[in-house]
Design a protein around this ligand. Structure first.
Ligand SMILES: Nc1ncnc2c1ncn2[C@@H]1O[C@H](COP(=O)(O)OP(=O)(O)OP(=O)(O)O)[C@@H](O)[C@H]1O
Length: 712
């Protein structure tokens, strides 16, 4: 293009203009400032480098939202910017004739989804997929969107309806502090990290405004439903160094009244081994906010008291330490002081003390044709595992129960809503020095979502070309099906092999599992080899990068075994809450007591997760998806700091690099007619006889003028 311009320079003399020479100088020097580009697919050319430079320029200019085709990229500002989320700004986006013409913002996505629901054009239901790594701003974004909908989707017809709507919205918003108190924790990467995934379905109902059918329809929020995924329950009993347990434990220890301290056996300054780093004071430690929100969700004070007492019981359980037994035939003795912990824990959980201790220390085995019962003292390590398992079991059931209570409080009668907007806030792609089943599940979910995204993005591209009247150009793009086949395919895949090990219930070493995976799936191009690793592992080449998964403990984690004695013990509790969490249910036995010889399908972690993922994707497929990719500009959580390498790896992990490649596979350079004329108007002036305006492009933004410039 430069040569072309230079090539025409003699022509410029023909027009004789000093001014033309000056214009040329300006043309050669002046690209549109990068920070003004609202859409990453419009940087020219679309490459990783230009995209990164554009994001950095915008971040430096305090511009945190940028479009990338059908995706919104949200850079975490790491500083409060109240005016960016004010109710006035919400109203501005809500009232704008074309919100997409305003600056990119989460409110644009909010308003677009809301209008699409209102338009009743199929598919009416909408979903917003919010992704990004830990600390990137997913929870913040989802919360902001919920507040936005609470404002715009609350325009009922009567005062009475208004009050009902307000109550529902308040409850929906109140579900956030409760779920965060019980499901979030302070990690190395985020002080308020969600340790579970969630899909919130905001249920809307069509309202007729006034009596005339011609008056525009509104959609009013009538309720919501929450679905959660993969709570990191291991955190209850095991926290990485410098991390913390779930916020709620710190809240009760810091916020309990004097009476409650007595009742829950939580004296000031008491030390609990499952409560590391209690000296750190976080904004999230606010017990009062959680209590208030629980109350508004219908969890009354006695029930709350019951919950907190059970949690205190778990903390005391964590202080129960075992010593090695000198005689294998005898149960492990308790360490000094642990007797008191068991007693307190038993009294708070309202369990009989001796059976609690016995269950922790003695395993019952059924064997032989007659299923004779044998009692075998556990090793110290086994006692620890059983203690931790008991705590995880209680906490996971409590969390699920809370979610169900929240749902019954916010969920609308199925007849009272017709449409919905779904907000999906999931863990982003993970790759740590050691990766196990949790990362495999999370990355598997990300692969599924990425495939969904690529299919949608390619379709959107083709539609755009058609609308532009461009010649049909099939964007050939290889999606991530090969990787998904490796993880979940039939008949043999990583999931099926791990499940098979659980079903056969045979002793199997980590090295054997590695060999089985490598030999059975050797043909997959997405299975990498781990020659350098000392520990048994396998590598999966994900769309976002290669991840090495260690096979040690994988099968056991997948089984997630719950000794049946533990469930039976909890069913004996006199505590009203535990009675609800552990009802005497005959079905439970079949789930939790898989017999070694049984061929019945075992409900493994992977198979449950796969089923819930399929259900989620079915819902997503039935909606129009919107994507928000949250990016963390630096890992220190500091404002005004942009680390290019960190951002780049996130662009890869959240699939934005893919978007860029797809854009480049189609038409990598996209400029509106108006911008094109603004930039290349000069070409028309270089062309002898062209009637170019010295004042810039004509106002019609027309194609013909652009063609003329191209032809010159
Ligand atoms: N738009 C924003 N404006 C100001 N601060 C923000 C914004 N988004 C995020 N933050 C800050 O970043 C922190 C981390 O954000 P958030 O908890 O939403 O991350 P996340 O992606 O949900 O992380 P995780 O996966 O660990 O739950 C917030 O606590 C907040 O301090």
């Amino acid at each position: 293009m430069l040569q072309q311009v230079n090539g025409h320079s003699s022509g410029s003399d023909a027009h004789g203009g000093e001014s033309l020479r000056e214009d040329l100088q300006e043309f050669l020097g002046g690209e549109a400032p990068l920070h003004q580009l609202d859409d990453l697919t419009k940087v020219n050319p679309v490459t990783l480098e230009t995209v990164l430079r554009c994001l950095q320029a915008r971040y430096t200019a305090d511009t945190f939202y940028t479009n990338a085709g059908c995706t919104l990229v949200a850079l975490n500002p790491f500083k409060p910017i109240p005016q960016l989320y004010s109710p006035e700004l919400m109203q501005e986006y809500h009232a704008a004739p074309q919100p997409q013409k305003l600056k990119p913002h989460i409110f644009t996505v909010g308003e677009q989804t809301y209008r699409s629901v209102k338009s009743l054009i199929e598919p009416v239901n909408q979903s917003v997929v919010v992704s990004g790594e830990s600390g990137a701003g997913k929870t913040w974004t989802s919360r902001c969107l919920m507040k936005f909908y609470a404002v715009v989707a609350a325009s009922p017809t009567s005062w009475e309806n208004h009050k009902i709507a307000e109550r529902i919205e308040q409850r929906i918003l109140n579900s956030n502090p409760v779920m965060e108190a019980f499901g979030n924790a302070c990690t190395l990467r985020n002080n308020n990290s969600s340790r579970f995934g969630k899909f919130i379905q905001l249920q809307l109902n069509r309202q007729l405004m006034g009596s005339s059918l011609l008056v525009p329809r509104a959609q009013q929020m009538t309720g919501a439903a929450v679905q959660t995924y993969l709570l990191e329950k291991t955190r209850v009993a095991c926290q990485a160094s410098s991390e913390r347990n779930f916020h709620i434990f710190y809240q009760i220890c810091k916020g309990a009244s004097a009476d409650e301290r007595l009742q829950w056996h939580l004296p000031e300054g008491a030390a609990f081994s499952w409560l590391p780093n209690p000296e750190r004071t976080l904004e999230e430690d606010c017990f009062e906010v959680t209590r208030e929100a629980m109350l508004l969700l219908g969890i009354d004070a006695p029930t709350q008291n019951n919950i907190f007492q059970a949690l205190a019981g778990l903390l005391h359980l964590g202080n129960t330490r075992f010593a090695d037994s000198e005689d294998e035939a005898q149960p492990c003795p308790l360490m000094d002081g642990a007797e008191c912990s068991v007693r307190t824990s038993a009294s708070l959980l309202r369990l009989p003390e001796d059976p609690l201790l016995e269950t922790l220390r003695i395993r019952t085995i059924r064997a032989g044709r007659r299923q004779q019962v044998f009692r075998k003292p556990c090793s110290r390590a086994e006692c620890d595992t059983r203690r931790d398992c008991l705590a995880k079991l209680v906490y996971a059931r409590l969390f699920d129960w809370l979610v169900s209570v929240i749902n019954s409080s916010i969920c609308a009668d199925p007849d009272s809503w017709t449409t919905f907007i779904g907000l999906l806030d999931v863990y982003g792609f993970e790759s740590f020095p050691t990766n196990s089943l949790e990362q495999l599940c999370i990355n598997y979910a990300n692969e599924k979502l990425q495939q969904h995204f690529v299919a949608h993005y390619l379709r959107a591209q083709q539609e755009e070309y058609t609308a532009e009247g461009l010649e049909w150009s099939t964007v050939s793009y290889q999606d991530n099906q090969t990787c998904l086949d490796l993880i979940e395919g039939s008949p043999i895949s990583i999931c099926s092999l791990i499940n098979e090990e659980c079903r056969l219930n045979r002793p199997s070493s980590a090295a054997q599992l590695q060999t089985r995976i490598e030999s059975s799936l050797a043909g997959s191009p997405c299975l990498g080899h781990s020659k350098l690793s000392r520990e048994p592992s396998f590598i999966v080449v994900h769309y976002a990068g290669s991840v090495r998964y260690h096979t040690a403990g994988l099968v056991e984690k997948n089984k997630d075994p719950i000794p049946p004695e533990l469930t039976r013990l909890l069913q004996q509790s006199q505590d009203p809450l535990l009675k609800v969490l552990f009802p005497a249910d005959p079905e439970e036995k079949s789930q939790e007591e898989p017999s070694g010889q049984s061929r019945a399908p075992v409900l493994t972690v992977v198979s449950k997760f796969k089923a819930s993922l399929e259900q989620l994707l079915q819902v997503l497929h039935s909606t129009t998806p919107h994507y928000i990719r949250c990016i963390k500009p630096n890992s220190q959580g500091r404002a005004q700091m942009f680390h290019q390498e960190e951002v780049l790896s996130q662009l890869e992990a959240c699939g934005l690099v893919e978007t860029i490649h797809i854009s480049a596979a189609g038409f990598p350079i996209r400029v509106s007619h108006r911008n094109f004329l603004e930039r290349y108007e000069l070409l028309r002036r270089l062309c002898p006889g062209a009637a170019a305006s010295p004042h810039g492009p004509p106002p019609d933004e027309g194609r013909s003028a652009s063609r003329e410039a191209l032809g010159s």
